[in-house]
Design a protein around this ligand. Structure first.
Ligand SMILES: [Mn+2]
Length: 459
């Protein structure tokens, strides 16, 4: 940790030699990237440094060549870039490049200004996010940037680094946010929407924790509430934060009972809640809700809207909330489709793996989320590999891989291995969450090779 903070200082010192230049920021399109970009933008504004900003899904030669035409001499890559060191060195050879990232590093030896905890091979994925890396950089540049720490916390949650608490540098960053009075940590029901949604909706839409018979099941939710004796007031159920202690107890016990028999800790329904103290909008008071909101902006290719949310723009917030509601609705539809397929045994299941070939039934923007939900659902044994496929609008098939429960396996290498056999296609991401894209006509070949390698690799 100390080494890394020294690294931060070194990279900041290099940057200070170039302060008077116009800067180009390139950031990743997900929650982590959106918060990273928001931190950088606000920090640059504070210094009076001019910048422009683009969001990208991934870096390839075409993107880099376009960047090379930009006037800015300095380019900041946020939450991406570490996997494309060679390409960046080759195509952007006349630029001054800073990479503030936490993804796997493709090339150890580089002259680029690379700030990445992964330089230390023992680093745990959960120790820091892209936004966290960006935050530490700007915090080192100017202490006043401590007021941006809370955004790095939201980013880390977006990258699923929060698991009943933070570890490593993320812990340090959370402490900054707490010390600065931006975040208060409380223990509570570990669910989405507890500040804002009526109880029945919270339960029905609860994917983490997953509640068997309740998640994604309207009727099951109402039966469950009836069983534990929580009644609607008129037609509406109360919000979770408005439940009294007695009701809260019934609710928690009820959920734990429902989760008994699953292989993972059924009592895992309580955890830390991160309250954003200065946030006026209900929807964004809980850092987890805030992160979900940004996530839907990214997934639906509206990262600038997410950025507007971070910067407090009223219009952006209204539009983002609408987007999130549509997104949740779409997600529940996809989940229902999945349940039906599972019930009818129409999924491709093998020893230690499961392949969801959704074709046009799940939007490509949602296939990764669906795979994540299934991976966390207790429906499959720990360590089961979940692969989802969905058609995109432009004739491609998007592939997402996740691992069930607390399993660990290098899915990234697996996916890269399979796609290489098919041709020269892009695959990337992290050990336990990654994706790829192939032409639709290669879909059956992909499934065949995936089955072969998975059948061979396990048991
Ligand atoms: Mn990230």
């Amino acid at each position: 940790m100390k080494d890394f903070l020294e690294d931060v200082k070194k990279v900041v010192d290099v940057f200070k030699e170039h302060l008077d230049n116009q800067i180009k920021i390139v950031s990743h399109i997900d929650t982590d990237g959106i918060t990273a970009a928001s931190i950088a933008s606000q920090a640059f504004l504070r210094e009076g440094i001019k910048f422009s900003l683009s969001f990208v899904k991934m870096l390839d030669d075409a993107v880099l060549e376009e960047l090379n035409l930009e006037e800015s001499k300095i380019i900041f890559f946020l939450d991406l870039g570490s996997g494309s060191i060679k390409e960046i060195e080759r195509i952007l050879k006349d630029k001054i490049v800073f990479i503030l990232d936490h993804h796997k590093i493709s090339e150890k030896k580089t002259k680029l200004n690379l700030l990445n905890l992964c330089k230390n091979e023992d680093a745990d994925y959960r120790e820091i996010s892209g936004a966290g890396t960006v935050y530490l950089f700007f915090r080192c540049m100017n202490n006043k940037n401590i007021d941006l720490a809370y955004l790095a916390v939201v980013g880390a949650i977006g990258d699923m680094q929060e698991n009943r608490g933070f570890i490593g540098l993320n812990k340090l960053i959370l402490q900054d946010a707490v010390n600065n009075g931006d975040i208060v940590v409380k223990q509570g029901l570990y669910m989405f929407g507890i500040q804002t949604k009526p109880l029945d909706r919270v339960l029905e839409y609860s994917t983490d924790p997953y509640i068997p018979g309740v998640t994604g099941n309207r009727e099951g939710t109402l039966t469950f509430l009836d069983e534990i004796g929580i009644k609607p007031e008129g037609k509406k159920y109360p919000k979770v934060i408005n439940l009294n202690q007695e009701e809260m107890k019934k609710l928690v016990t009820g959920i734990i009972l429902k989760r008994l028999g699953s292989e993972k800790e059924p009592e895992n329904v309580l955890g830390p809640i991160y309250i954003l103290k200065n946030e006026k909008e209900d929807m964004m008071k809980d850092a987890r809700d805030f992160s979900t909101l940004l996530n839907s902006c990214g997934r639906l290719s509206r990262p600038s809207l997410g950025m507007g949310v971070c910067l407090g723009d009223k219009n952006a917030r209204t539009n983002a909330i609408k987007l999130l509601n549509d997104y949740k609705f779409e997600l529940i539809n996809s989940l229902n489709w999945f349940y039906k397929k599972k019930k009818n045994k129409e999924l491709i299941e093998g020893e230690g793996y499961m392949i969801i070939n959704s074709e046009d039934n799940v939007k490509d923007a949602l296939i990764g989320t669906l795979a994540s939900i299934v991976a966390k659902s207790n429906l499959y044994k720990d360590g089961t590999i979940i692969i989802g496929l969905a058609h995109t609008l432009d004739g491609e098939t998007k592939i997402s891989a996740r691992i069930a429960g607390n399993g660990d396996y290098n899915l990234r290498d697996l996916l890269i291995g399979i796609t290489r056999k098919l041709g020269n296609y892009v695959a990337g991401g992290h050990r336990v969450a990654c994706g790829a894209s192939i032409p639709q006509e290669k879909e059956q070949d992909f499934i065949k090779i995936a089955k072969e390698s998975l059948d061979r690799k396990f048991y």
